[in-house]
Write a protein that binds this ligand. Structure first.
Ligand code: UD1
Ligand code: CA
Length: 476
């Protein structure tokens, strides 16, 4: 029987180099807080408990993370570290809540992309009684703790960048910030830490030399994927990691057959407002041009094309639909549905509750909110449809508006099948335009209309013959 797993996630540091008011572990990668990534991975391990060490911005960190921990199914607790005296001091705060019979995995809240399988392999390497370090050979190890080995190859200690000699700085094997350690050793080792080093901090990494001195086996589980151990300390590192992560997501999609014009100009993020996890599922022969940003849950049907620079979140795009460039589709909450073969944009805006049937056309500078458009309906230019029900084959003219808001309440506009709404009309809700009716351009319609009638609500045209324009008087 293997010892049960308990997790400690360090998240108390200030993240000085981010130069931000937001605690570092709440900075977002692919729309999700860094710490949220760590918790999602942790949730995949069969851990008995998890404790997050908070300090800098603790209230903010704890409230931001409580929800996502619930989603991951982890039994989560918090301990506070005040003041923050280093990573060893951070873990020391968790010791009183850690059962003595477990294997503890120590994770950093600022190392977001570690995979669960890697952590499982680390636990296996620890084998219940060893101290196991997750390490990686880095082409540029600057800034990281280096793994110092003896002549026979055994791990001796970790030396931090700032304490390392010239010779030690040439070591490329670095400590990832992640280790597995038997809980029963952790307390005694941590209580012996000193802060006699270049940064005046209690280094967690000093327990490695203690284990060696105590005759406890230390092993390094060395992986090759730098991305999995990359930490975020600065805006530049955050951006670099974001790009690496996005490129990896792009590759996965392309392996499934999705044709991205450029995998380096693709983004798929969690919906930061709702916390909805990122998921993009595509049918066969989907093409996505450069610069598109997808967030939350997006589904794209077979053969659909997404033009350049579209932002699409929480939406379903039907088969064969074409979304022209610069279109903004945001289905937060009620969702957006674009039916098969529809043509949307360029420069269109679909808001929550836009439900478009088949072959619907929405053109430039048209906004649709909480409205259902039946098959074949068209609104091609400069228009607003809010809280409307639009029938089949309706043609909604340029510049027309549903006046859905009376300053206090929202009302519905119903436009029945085969209606033609002339340009620059205002339909003042609640109002129904009967089947097959026509509304003349420039009308402000406030009353329901019968099926098939022509409705014109505007001043009669008066043309005056032989009318003379005033001419400018000479100055006196
Ligand atoms: C640490 C390791 C280093 C390793 C690197 C990998 C130590 C001493 N050094 O260095 O060997 O190569 O991670 O990324 O452990 N934190 C606290 N309380 C504190 C200080 C830090 O909770 O008092 C948290 C931070 O919020 C962060 C994590 O611990 O999530 C790591 O701290 P950081 O200061 O970034 O350590 P590094 O200098 O990167
Ligand atoms: Ca770090």
């Amino acid at each position: 029987m293997r010892a049960p797993l308990d997790l400690v996630i360090m998240a108390a540091g200030k993240g000085t180099r981010m130069k931000s008011r937001t605690p570092k572990v709440l900075q977002r990668l692919a729309g999700r807080p860094l710490l949220g990534h760590v918790l999602a991975t942790a949730g995949q391990l069969k851990a008995r408990s998890a404790v997050v060490v908070t300090g800098h911005g603790a209230d903010q960190v704890e409230s931001a993370i409580a929800g996502s921990a619930q989603a991951s199914g982890l039994k989560l607790g918090f301990v506070r570290q005040e003041p923050q005296l280093g990573t060893g001091h951070a873990v020391q705060q968790a010791v009183p809540v850690l059962p003595a019979d477990g294997m503890v995995i120590i994770l950093s809240g600022d190392v977001p992309l570690t995979q669960a399988a890697t952590l499982q392999a680390l636990v296996d390497a620890a084998g219940g009684d060893k101290l196991a370090l997750l390490t990686v050979n880095m082409t540029d190890p600057t800034g990281y703790g280096r793994i110092v080995r003896s002549a026979d190859g055994g791990v001796q200690r970790i030396v931090e960048q700032k304490d390392a000699s010239e010779a030690q700085r040439t070591i490329c094997e670095i400590y990832s910030g992640i280790m597995a350690v038997p809980a029963r050793h952790l307390g005694p080792w941590l209580s012996r830490l000193t802060n006699d080093n270049a940064q005046g901090e209690y280094y967690l990494t000093d327990i490695v030399a203690m284990a060696v001195a105590d005759g406890i086996a230390v092993t390094a589980h060395c992986i090759t994927d730098e991305l999995q151990v990359a930490g975020v300390n600065s805006p530049l590192q955050l951006a670099e990691l974001e790009r690496a992560h996005q490129t990896a997501q792009a590759r996965t999609l392309m392996e499934q057959g999705v044709r991205l014009a450029d995998p380096a100009r693709f983004d798929l993020r969690d919906d930061a407002r709702s916390g909805q996890a990122a998921r993009l599922s595509c049918g066969q022969d989907v093409e996505i041009d450069v610069g598109c940003i997808f967030s939350g849950q997006v589904e794209i049907g077979e053969g659909a094309h997404i033009g350049a620079y579209c932002c699409i979140s929480n939406a379903s795009i039907g088969a064969g639909a074409v979304i022209h460039p610069y279109t903004h589709i945001d289905g937060e909450g009620a969702g957006v549905d674009v039916g098969q073969g529809s043509l949307i944009g360029p420069f269109a805006r679909l808001r929550p509750g836009a439900q478009l049937g088949r072959e619907v056309h929405i053109g430039n500078f048209v906004e649709v909110k909480n409205s259902r458009l039946a098959d074949g309906a068209k609104a091609n230019h400069l228009a607003y449809l809010g809280d409307a029900t639009v029938g089949e084959r309706v043609n909604y003219g340029a510049g027309s508006i549903t006046a859905n808001y009376d300053g206090a309440n929202k009302h519905r506009t119903v436009i029945e099948a085969d209606v033609h709404i002339g340009s620059n009309s205002v339909l003042v809700a609640p109002v129904t335009i009967g089947t097959g009716g026509t509304v003349g351009a420039g009308s402000t319609v406030t009353k329901n209309t019968e099926p098939g009638v022509l409705t014109v609500v505007r001043g009669k045209q008066i043309s005056t013959a032989n009318w003379k324009r005033p001419v400018k008087q000479p100055k006196v």
